[in-house]
Every structure is written in C-alpha cells, then in structure tokens.
Design a protein around this ligand. Structure first.
Ligand SMILES: Nc1nc2c(c(=O)[nH]1)N[C@H]1C(S)=C(S)[C@@H](COP(=O)(O)O)O[C@H]1N2
Ligand SMILES: [Mo]
Length: 363
C-alpha cells in the first residue's frame, strides 16, 4: 500500500510535483513556521489571533503531501538496506518525529483523548515538535543542497503551492464537518483548539501545573497579601481583610487543551491598587505566587482582572490556587497565577517571567 502510494507520487507528473529541492526546502520552511506559530499560539488568548491557529493547522496538513513527495523520492534509500549510510539513522529518526508530530496533531484535532500519565496528546504533539526542529537542522547539515534557479518554473510553482494551501484549508474545514457529525470531544473546540470542561466549581475542571509547581497547601495563618512597588502606601492584607465582593464570568483556556467557563468571585485588582495608591510611574502589575511563579499585566488590563477567592460559589480549593488566584480574562491559563501572595506595581514588564514559569517548582 505505502509502496503503491509512493510509486504513484513518484510517477506524478512534474505538473503536480514540485522539484525535489523545492520540496525539501518547503518542508524545512514549514517545520520552522509550525514551530514558531505553535509556540506563539500558546501565548495568545484573544480571538483576534485565530488566523495564526488556522495557518498552523493548514500548513501542517500541507506537510503531509510534501512529505509524501519526499518519501516517494527517497524511499528506496530506506527500504534497501544496501544503501544505508550512517546518516540514514538520523533520517529515519527525523522521519519518525515528523510522523509523530503529525499523527498526534491530527488525532488531537479529532478529539482522541489518550493520556501519557498527565500529558494530553497535545502536549505530546509539542514534545515531538520540540525534538523535530533540532533533528531536522542536523539532518539538513548532512544533505545540504541549495535550491537552484533552474528548478523553478515560476507560474507552475505558484500554482502548485496555491493548490496545496487551498487543499489544506479544505481538508481542515472538512475535518470540522466530520467532527461535528461524529459529535465527540473534537466537536466543540475553541479557536485555540481547546475542548470544553463543563460544570461549575472546583471539581468541574482539571488542576494544572505549567511545569512543576506543586506547593503544600497555604496556611491562612501564615499567609498575607502584600501590595508594594510603585505605590504610595504599601499594603499587607490578611485573608479576613479581603473584601471579595466582585463577581465575574471568565474563561480559563489551558495550553494542555481544555477550557472552562466559570463564575469567579474575589477582589477587583483595580480596587486593591486604588487602596494602595499607584504612583505615576506604575505601568505593570506583577502577580507573584508563594512558589515564585509569576506573571505581569499592563496596568490597565490588570485593573480589570480579579484576585479570586471563589469559583462557582465555592471557596477555591488548594489545587486551584487557594487562598487567592489571578483571573486574567483573555489570557491563556498559564498566566492565571495561583497561590498569589504578592502584587508588585512596576515601571516595566518582566521578561524573566518566561523563564520563571518554566523552572519554578524545581529545586
Ligand atoms: N503558581 C502557579 N500558578 C499557575 C500554574 C502553576 O504551575 N503555578 N499553572 C498555570 C496553568 S498552566 C493553568 S492552565 C492554570 C490552571 O488553573 P487550575 O489548576 O485551577 O485549572 O493555572 C496557572 N497558574
Ligand atoms: Mo495550562
């Protein structure tokens, strides 16, 4: 079967099959684009970014066809052990990771929900992607050939790639209809790809650590909320001082692939800031967890965020960040800092937060 398809693709007239070097460099370009768009997609939460998610999916689908062309061409080097050279091993490993990244990506879109311990298929997809990039770069150094001018027939190439992209878009759209028809977990995805977790309160959605944060439950007798930095009068509040009187509905969308809409109750950050009196130079607000995990928001956005004590009418459970967690509507879940104990008003953003969220919780 594979052989037949391979032979078919190989025999495909030049009209449909781009020249070999172009195929190779297209695969390279697409994998780079997928890595960048995939990573960026994890950091954005507003619907305005939907074209990025679509581009990632369509480009991924075109990869299947390009890979088919490539395999049809090099297949004999893999199937004929007489032709094996040391770099063939690298080629095979690289191929396996491309297949892995495509298979997990596609199964995820169809709502297949197998877990590797706490890892969803989406996380495994990211894992394959992260190993694929260095493997591909290494593979490239063993067979480096620049595309040549004479490889191109401009009009034909443009046409081929247009067909490829349109085909990818149609296939993705077709998948949406198929998923709606199947009516499984793939049917009800957000533009981010996340699947719904329904219900209200602590038990209705998963407890997630971005990487390794797993603190002991916070004792209220030891805990205070400190507000400091560019403020007129720093505050130190105990739990019983908090007036958790603001309620709002907000959607939490985790990069591991689920989302939930909950009714949150707590303190409006703007009220907390007003109580401390923000200096003129205060531009960003940083929320810091008892674990050191932290995230900053521009001050106007921060004012509108919530430091929640309750979810769905219940006191937050420890896993969900008790006594206090950030609710940052429009942001991805990893920015909703749990177990908040400090609010810093700052002049600048905090680039180091990117590293801190990855390493906090490791000793
Ligand atoms: N301190 C801290 N806050 C955190 C995390 C973490 O690991 N440590 N994980 C984040 C991630 S990845 C998500 S999706 C949400 C999950 O919130 P939940 O566990 O209440 O579902 O919390 C965020 N807040
Ligand atoms: Mo997350």
């Amino acid at each position: 079967m594979v052989r037949k398809v391979g032979a078919g693709l190989q025999a495909a007239p030049a009209f449909v099959r781009p020249p070999p070097r172009l195929v190779d460099w297209s695969i390279f370009a697409i994998v780079c684009f997928e890595a960048v768009s995939g990573l960026v997609s994890f950091t954005v939460g507003s619907v305005a970014w939907w074209p990025l998610f679509w581009a990632h999916r369509i480009a991924g689908l075109t990869l299947i066809v390009l890979l088919g062309f490539k395999l049809a061409r090099v297949r004999h080097r893999l199937t004929n052990s007489g032709q094996w050279v040391p770099s063939t091993v690298l080629s095979v490993v690289t191929l396996l990771s491309v297949v892995g990244v495509l298979a997990t990506g596609i199964s995820w879109v169809f709502g297949l929900d197998v877990r590797l311990s706490q890892w969803t298929l989406l996380s495994v997809h990211v894992g394959f992607g992260l190993v694929l990039v260095p493997l591909m770069l290494w593979h490239l150094t063993t067979r480096f050939r620049l595309p040549k001018r004479r490889d191109f027939d401009r009009r034909r190439t443009i046409l081929q790639y247009t067909v490829l992209l349109v085909g990818g878009a149609v296939a993705y759209r077709g998948q949406e209809f198929a998923n709606r028809f199947l009516n499984g977990p793939g049917a009800d995805r957000r533009f981010t790809g996340s699947q719904p977790r329904d219900g209200a309160g602590n038990e209705s959605f998963p407890i997630t650590a971005w990487v390794a944060d797993d603190p002991a439950p916070v004792e209220l007798s030891d805990w205070t909320l400190t507000v400091r930095g560019a403020v007129e009068s720093p505050l130190e509040l105990e739990y019983r001082d908090l007036s958790a009187d603001t309620e709002r509905q907000a959607l939490l969308d985790c990069t591991s692939g689920w989302y939930t809409v909950q009714q949150w109750r707590g303190l409006r950050v703007g009220d907390v800031l007003d109580a401390a009196g923000v200096d003129e130079e205060g531009q960003f607000v940083r929320f810091v967890s008892v674990t050191g995990y932290r995230w900053s928001l521009p001050i106007d956005e921060a004012r509108d965020a919530l430091l929640a004590t309750h979810v769905g009418g219940e006191r937050l459970s420890h896993g969900h960040g008790a006594p206090l967690r950030l609710v940052a509507p429009g942001r991805r879940g990893f920015q909703w800092v749990k177990w908040v104990e400090r609010v810093d008003v700052r002049r600048r953003g905090d680039p180091a937060q990117w590293v801190v969220t990855l390493v906090s919780g490791f000793d």
